[in-house]
Design a protein around this ligand. Structure first.
Ligand code: HEM
Length: 338
């Protein structure tokens, strides 16, 4: 169970511009992880050790489907951030739903959490910005080093080890990790799951006011099934369900943010803010169809948590830059395998 728990552009391909932008973002992420440049590669190596090497596939969230749709911001959104994303005009999006581990054939009802949705918003003028979220309410760890150590503990845990085994020792010394795992459920559909940005970002509005936020992508209803029900599902039930639903009507989510109150920390993604913090509805995300060549499209797609427009900035949370650097390593390897 624990072993599998963690764990570039589609039809609107823009070619050189996007790859140059991704390259500069990856360089920026590498600079941000300069104090431990080997860490992103160490993490991707450990992901491959835990889930095996699958050429052409992502080291995490290997099983996915590419969809298209639109986003339309609410009036409140522009009061919080000057980002073009929140202008109120209808913004086309390319997104990818996914299971969490690095196994491209993982059964959806098995150890395939967290589920993910990564979104690329295609802004007026040709640029795009990304949001990469999953179904953890908060993350098991707050640093890349702890994430590496968690993967190491998973890779070194064997059934015959005396208790506490490696992973139990890690969970014992990182109390937020089992709590974070406890927030995960098995959805009946990608459309009935709630996704979280987990990391804190800073919204900057036209008057220069700065507000720390964490994303929440809320479905019309959250539906989780029991482990017994999950075990009875067909291996691709989430993907089959999604195409059935989209054949009938769009799948709708509300993009929201939780606002930090003065004094709330932003550095550690494993420490959630209290539930009483204000939540603002930023607008409606409507998923309308699965792209015709999804397996091909997902190979070219790279979503980077640091691909931010003016009006949205990184906080002191170290994970987004570390993540982008690791995503770059995984993207590089899966691009070579094609
Ligand atoms: C230390 C923290 C993390 C590391 C090292 C990490 C690493 C990775 C890697 C290597 C990939 C494959 C990227 C690719 O080949 O394009 C990936 C994909 C993904 N990760 Fe993370 N991740 C981390 C934290 C998170 C968090 C906090 C979230 C969500 C809040 C998240 C959500 C996702 C999603 C949704 C994908 C699939 C993206 C796609 O569809 O292309 N990850 N992660």
């Amino acid at each position: 169970m624990i072993k599998h728990l963690l764990f570039a552009p589609g039809p609107r391909t823009k070619g050189l511009a996007t790859s140059l932008m991704s390259a500069s973002l990856l360089l920026a992420s590498a600079a941000a992880t300069a104090d431990n440049p080997a860490l992103p590669t160490q993490i991707v190596d450990l992901a491959n050790k835990v889930d095996g090497v699958h050429p052409g596939y992502r080291a995490f969230h290997a099983k996915g489907v590419v969809v298209e749709g639109t986003f339309k911001a609410s009036a409140e959104a522009a009061q919080l951030s000057s980002a073009a994303l929140f202008s109120g005009s209808t913004i086309p999006v390319t997104a990818r739903f996914s299971d969490g581990n690095g196994v491209p054939t993982t059964p959806d009802g098995g150890a395939a959490m967290p589920r993910g949705i990564a979104i690329k918003y295609h802004l007026p003028g040709g640029a795009d910005t990304d949001m990469v979220t999953n179904s953890f309410k908060f993350f098991p760890v707050g640093t890349g080093e702890d994430f590496r150590d968690l993967l190491t503990a998973i890779s070194e845990t064997t059934p015959d080890q005396p208790h506490p085994n490696k992973i139990e020792q890690f969970m014992g010394s990182h109390p937020q990790a089992p709590k974070a795992l406890g927030t995960l459920g098995v959805p009946d559909s990608f459309a009935d799951e709630e996704y979280h940005g987990v990391d804190a970002f800073i919204f900057v509005n036209k008057s220069g006011q700065r507000q720390a936020v964490r994303y929440l992508i809320e479905p019309e209803k959250v539906v989780h099934i029991t482990a017994d029900e999950a075990a009875k599902q067909t291996p691709n039930y989430l993907f089959d369900d999604l195409s059935k639903r989209l054949a009938k009507k769009p799948v709708v989510f509300h993009l929201k943010v939780q606002l930090a109150a003065p004094g709330d920390q932003t550095k550690d993604a494993s420490l959630p803010w209290p539930d009483d913090r204000k939540v603002v509805d930023l607008g409606v995300l409507k998923i309308t169809r699965i792209v015709p060549n999804s397996p091909e499209a997902e190979k070219k797609l790279l979503f980077l948590p640091t691909n931010l427009p003016a009006g949205i900035e990184l906080s002191d949370d170290p994970l987004p830059s570390l993540r982008s650097a690791a995503y770059g390593v995984s993207y590089g390897r899966r691009s070579q395998a094609q």
